[in-house]
Structures are given as structure tokens and as C-alpha cells.
Write a protein that binds this ligand. Structure first.
Ligand code: UDP
Ligand code: MG
Length: 190
């Protein structure tokens, strides 16, 4: 890819007690993003295990560590990372290896066409237990019925935003569960 025309990408990942995952996560991102100009912002949300020290020894020039003083929760951790992000496009995903970074390039390619503000992942085969998938299927159904937003799965953390849309989200509390809806209500095309 031509570095003069290629966009700068910010990847924002909140991590809380992911000591076993951060190194592999960084490696998988490096592999998937080798054709891009990007920064990888890992927001350590006050982990109590070795997440932070494990991140500090990762050898990845794209990596920026944001260390929060205590555990603020996924929404505020994401918000802190999005605040710092300098990219033209901002990618979010979870740090527990449940999202595959190899999906990112095609999502960037899609959003670059300019007719969408958010490109969201859907979990084709969810790596979660029934007790988690059923309430979220019910929630997805209710959102589909209550709004004109017709998205199959609103619980997938892997998303690509244009920077304006990401920075307008104002995440707090449990709002990370409703990012598609927040963006949709702000007028985003998803
Ligand atoms: N996470 C965080 N702060 C928290 C809880 C979770 O930053 O207080 C991170 C976690 O490390 C992971 C992402 O948010 O990278 C999603 O968390 P989890 O996998 O627990 O959520 P689920 O997949 O159950 O929705
Ligand atoms: Mg998870």
C-alpha cells in the first residue's frame, strides 16, 4: 500500500487482567496490520495481574500503553483510548483474543469507500456460553424492533469507525454494550 495515500489507523483495545493474552494480541495485530500505518493503543484498565508489566516488555514500535490508575470499566477504558487516538479511522476490539485482527483490513477497506461511518463485526460463531448468548440475542431482537437500526449482532467489539464518529460516542457506565445504538442515534451510517 502507498504510504502517502494510506490512512493512519488507531487500534484501541481495553485490557483488564489479560496477562496471558497481551503478547499474542500484539503479535496478531502486527501480522494483520503489516501493510498499514497504525498505532496500537492498549488501555490497561487497572489490571491486578501482570498485564501492565507484560505489555511494557512487548517489542512493538506501534504500541502505546495507557495505564489507568484503577479499574474504571470497559466503557471508560475505551473512551480513554479513543480520546488519545490520532487515526483517520479508529478500530476497537477486545483484548481476550475473541476477535480476529485478520478481519481488520477488509473492514478498513469497506469504510474507506466512504458510504458508512461504522463497519461493525458480527459474531458468526460466538465463543461464549449459552447463558451469555441468549440475553444478547434477546437484546439484539429488541433493538431491531424498537429502532430502524437493523443489525444482526450488537455485541461484537470489533468495529471500525471514522474518527469523528468514534470521538462523538462519549462512552461511560455500561455504554460499551450499546455502541452501535449510540452511533446510530448520532446519525452514523452503520
Ligand atoms: N475489560 C476492561 N475493563 C473491565 C472489564 C473488561 O478493560 O473492567 C476489557 C477486557 O480485558 C476485554 C474487553 O474489555 O479486553 C471485553 O471484556 P470481556 O471479554 O470480559 O467482555 P465480554 O466478552 O464478556 O463482553
Ligand atoms: Mg470477551
Amino acid at each position: 500500500m502507498n504510504s502517502n495515500t494510506s490512512p493512519f489507523i488507531s487500534i484501541v483495545i481495553p485490557v483488564y487482567n489479560e496477562e496471558e493474552n497481551v503478547k499474542l494480541l500484539s503479535e496478531r495485530i502486527s501480522e494483520a496490520m503489516s501493510d498499514f500505518n497504525y498505532e496500537l493503543i492498549l488501555v490497561d484498565d487497572g489490571s491486578t495481574d501482570r498485564t501492565r508489566s507484560n505489555i511494557k516488555v512487548i517489542d512493538n514500535p506501534h504500541l502505546i500503553l495507557v495505564g489507568l490508575k484503577k479499574n474504571y470499566g470497559q466503557s471508560l477504558a475505551l473512551a480513554a483510548g479513543i480520546d488519545l487516538a490520532k487515526g483517520d479511522y479508529i478500530v476497537t476490539l477486545d483484548g481476550d483474543l475473541q476477535n480476529d485482527p485478520r478481519d481488520i483490513p477488509m473492514m478498513i477497506e469497506r469504510i474507506q469507500k466512504g458510504d458508512f461511518d461504522v463497519v461493525t463485526g458480527i459474531r458468526h460463531k460466538r465463543k461464549d456460553k449459552f447463558l451469555k448468548t441468549i440475553p444478547s440475542k434477546v437484546a439484539n431482537f429488541m433493538v431491531r424492533k424498537a429502532t430502524k437500526m437493523n443489525i444482526k449482532d450488537n455485541g461484537c467489539a470489533l468495529k471500525v469507525f471514522n474518527k469523528e464518529t468514534a470521538k462523538e460516542l462519549n462512552l461511560y457506565g455500561e455504554m460499551h454494550r450499546f455502541i452501535n445504538l449510540l452511533a446510530f442515534l448520532n446519525g452514523a451510517r452503520i
